[in-house]
Design a protein around this ligand. Structure first.
Ligand SMILES: [Zn+2]
Length: 483
């Protein structure tokens, strides 16, 4: 059985046939970098990480492109209102570019803890303003977009006949109050911004043929995916909340220009809820990954996420996390027991049809639209064989080795667990303790410096440096990095 993928465009599972095999171009909408990553990010990017890993396992040469939205994403996803990054910059009294970079680094740090592979290309909207302007210009020339006297450019939705083909919405649905703030210079409420004038005092702005301004949120994905993959993407991914308006607008912008299909397979992960409710800052149930990782090993979160299919709603609660922790422990212990297995000479690793059958079961599950919960259940079946063998006095080392190779390929290469990172189940607390210890030493060193005892203050700094902790003094205080 070959790989089948649920394609949101067709609303059914289809055989996966890339445009130019073995090459696969995959674009996933990345984060808007105005705050620390939360559970929703963990869910979405872990799901696409497994898809990326599995495609590579299947022998495809994948180019995985992910954008960083660092301008133009307005509060409420609308065409009017504050830019999320500018708003955060005002709150933190920093430049928007400082905010964007800070939270971009923070995002990649959290993703690394989840053992999510970085994309092959990570691209920023602000680095592609020239390409964005020329795409918008071409849409104006083709008659799909119009410039208003305020210096805004809008896509004229009624000119693009297949608008709505992804979300299933028609223009009447769109008109019936999706947007509360309708810009007064639009020809029709469903039209969306390609370029916004910076007249309202927007901090990040660039010169354009229509005056100083900045790109609308949707256009960056059409432009960057085309630049790095081409006119047609094999896979385009994102959260279900991206289907409308974001991906619908991307299709319109791209297909209006190229007159080719924008995407072959649209993949969308379902939402994450907390105790049955939507997660939101205003609802008081917002879970930031940095806080969560102080309490639990990120590998357990990864396990928890993959225990549910990416198209199901995933509900997060203390009870379900505890249950996931127990399941993860079982898996970890069985796998750790295999670490020291040594193969004997003349061992034949291919003589186990029962293991071949389980391998097929695992791969069938992955081929069935990346069904990780079923795949994980097969892991336990595989490990029963090694656990049985390990309990015997006379162990079959060839069978143990066969299990070991299979299980490490499945769990590490495909499902993306890193068993070294999982070694310490409470590494979150450990890190916390280490942080506190370093902060304590910084405090003591400060005291020595006040007393002008530089011999001791330097000794603390040098000793920490020797063990890979570098202190950096600045007027605001001392910070540190761990290498
Ligand atoms: Zn996007």
């Amino acid at each position: 059985m070959g790989l089948k993928i649920y394609n949101t465009l067709k609303r059914e599972k289809e055989d996966f046939i890339p445009q130019n095999p073995p090459y696969v171009g995959m674009y996933v909408c990345g984060p808007t970098v105005y705050g620390n990553s939360h559970l929703g990010h963990a869910r979405s990017y872990t799901s696409f990480d497994v898809i990326y890993r599995y495609l590579k396992y299947c022998g495809y040469k994948v180019r995985y492109v992910q954008n960083i939205t660092d301008v133009g994403h307005l509060v409420g996803d609308a065409d009017e209102g504050e830019d999320k990054i500018s708003r955060q910059a005002a709150l933190e009294k920093q430049e928007p570019v400082e905010i964007a970079y800070k939270y971009e680094l923070s995002y990649f740090e959290d993703m690394r803890k989840l053992n999510i592979l970085p994309p092959d290309i990570s691209c920023r909207a602000t680095g592609h303003i020239i390409e964005i302007i020329s795409h918008v210009q071409a849409l104006i020339e083709k008659g799909y977009a119009y410039v208003t006297d305020k210096g805004n450019v809008y896509f004229e939705v009624k000119k693009f006949a297949s608008y709505g083909k992804l979300s299933g919405r028609n223009l009447d649905d769109t008109k019936s109050g999706e947007r509360i703030d309708i810009a007064t210079d639009k020809k029709a409420p469903e039209d969306f911004a390609l370029w916004k004038s910076a007249d309202g005092g927007h901090l990040m702005k660039w010169p354009s043929p229509w005056g100083d301004g900045y790109p609308g949120w949707h256009i960056e994905c059409s432009v960057m995916s085309r630049k790095y993959i081409g006119d047609t993407l094999d896979i385009h991914g994102g959260g279900m909340d991206n289907i409308f308006p974001h991906h619908e607008c991307e299709i319109a912008q791209s297909e209006a220009l190229t007159e080719k299909p924008f995407v072959r397979y649209f993949i969308h992960n379902n939402m994450l809820t907390v105790n049955g409710s939507k997660m939101g800052k205003s609802l008081g149930n917002f879970i930031v990954l940095k806080d969560l990782f102080k309490k639990m090993n990120p590998m357990v979160l990864r396990f928890y996420i993959l225990q549910s299919h990416y198209r199901s709603v995933l509900d997060f609660s203390d009870e379900s996390m505890t249950a996931a922790g127990v399941g993860f422990e079982r898996l970890r212990n069985s796998i750790f027991a295999l670490k020291d297995v040594k193969i004997a000479e003349n061992d034949d690793l291919t003589a186990y049809p029962e293991l071949d059958a389980l391998k097929k079961e695992f791969l069938d599950a992955m081929n069935d639209d990346f069904n990780t919960p079923i795949a994980i259940s097969v892991l336990y079946e595989i490990l029963k064989h090694s656990n049985n063998e390990l309990n015997k006095a006379d162990r079959d080392t060839a069978k143990l080795e066969a299990v070991k190779r299979m299980i490490f390929t499945f769990t590490e290469d495909i499902l993306g667990f890193n068993w070294n990172m999982a070694d310490n189940t409470d590494s979150g607390e450990e890190n916390n303790r280490e942080d506190k210890l370093i902060e304590f030493l910084i405090e003591i060193r400060k005291q020595y410096r006040t007393e002008k005892n530089f011999a001791m203050s330097d000794k603390i700094r040098d000793t920490l440096k020797d063990i890979g902790i570098t202190l950096k003094d600045a007027p605001q205080g001392t910070t540190y990095t761990i290498s």
